[in-house]
Design a binder for this molecule. Structure first.
Ligand code: R5P
Length: 264
């Protein structure tokens, strides 16, 4: 592997344990100003010390994150859709590789929509992005998005989507936790990180999902709403981090969450 690619990947996955705590704050690219992300700077700034990297758009990066921060960035480079339309799968590449390099990012991220009308379009966009990004040692993260079709979140669908994304050249795949998650991990030859999805009813469930995913082979998380829509985002990210990097179980992470929550 080229030095640049290797260096960028090591900024996302800790060289100590090969794992990653990514904070996803890219939701506005199709959802607009969703709850707790109305003012991105206010949400993001206090969490930066607790995460390994940020996943976000160039607009939020340029306007809401100080460039003096040495936080690695995974730049969302796909879009063109919005929650105002029924179909969320109609995405294309929205950012040039030159702008990604100008922003000094550590990876670029794009969604693929398997099983939708725009499957072909989004897979070809992934392939083209990989063709360009590899020239510069830039890892591509593929998001196996399911959008509104949440019923598809099973091992068969997610392993198919993840495997195809890896076959197209993605260096990292982001998917969802599901039953029989080992099947998703074992059939995907590149590291998998999990999204959290919509905010869960309680923090224990988020931590249990994290623990289940990590203990079944995920290399980290790329979570958003279940962190920053919590009343206690710093306690949440700290507890998630303890699972990813310290290998603690759900109960220990939940105890840490409660301890930190009481102090905040
Ligand atoms: C969705 O496509 C966005 O890329 C989010 O980054 C992703 O869903 C992860 O965020 P959350 O944990 O809130 O689902």
């Amino acid at each position: 592997m080229d030095w640049g690619m290797s260096n960028r990947l090591s900024r996302i996955f800790s060289p100590k344990d090969g794992r990653a705590v990514m904070l996803a704050v890219d939701h506005g690219y199709f959802l607009g100003a969703i709850s707790k992300l109305e003012e991105p700077r206010k949400t993001i700034t206090p969490l930066i010390p607790y995460v390994d990297s940020l996943m976000l758009t160039r607009g939020v990066l340029r306007n809401c994150v100080d460039p003096q921060n040495n936080i690695p960035v995974v730049l969302r480079v796909s879009g063109g859709n919005s929650i105002l339309k029924e179909d969320l799968s109609d995405e294309e590449v929205t950012v040039s590789i030159e702008d990604a390099l100008r922003l000094n990012v550590s990876a670029v991220a794009l969604s693929v929509y398997l099983g939708t009308e725009h499957e072909h379009q989004t897979l070809i966009a992934l392939a083209r992005l990989v063709n360009e990004a590899e020239n510069y040692g830039m890892p591509v993260l593929a998001v196996t998005a399911v959008g509104k079709e949440l019923e598809k979140r099973d091992a068969k669908f997610l392993s198919t989507a993840s495997r195809i994304a890896a076959e197209m050249g993605a260096r990292i795949v982001k998917t969802y936790y599901c039953e029989d998650f080992e099947k998703v991990v074992n059939s995907c030859p590149v590291p998998i990180v999990i999204a959290g999805g919509p905010k869960m009813k309680n923090e224990y469930d988020v931590l249990d999902t994290t623990y289940s995913a990590i203990s079944r082979g995920a290399k980290g998380v790329d979570m958003g709403r279940n962190i920053w829509q919590s009343r206690w985002p710093i306690a949440m990210i700290s507890a998630v981090r303890s699972i990813v990097h310290e290998g603690v179980n759900t109960d220990a992470a939940f105890a840490l969450f409660n301890k930190l929550k009481d102090k905040s």
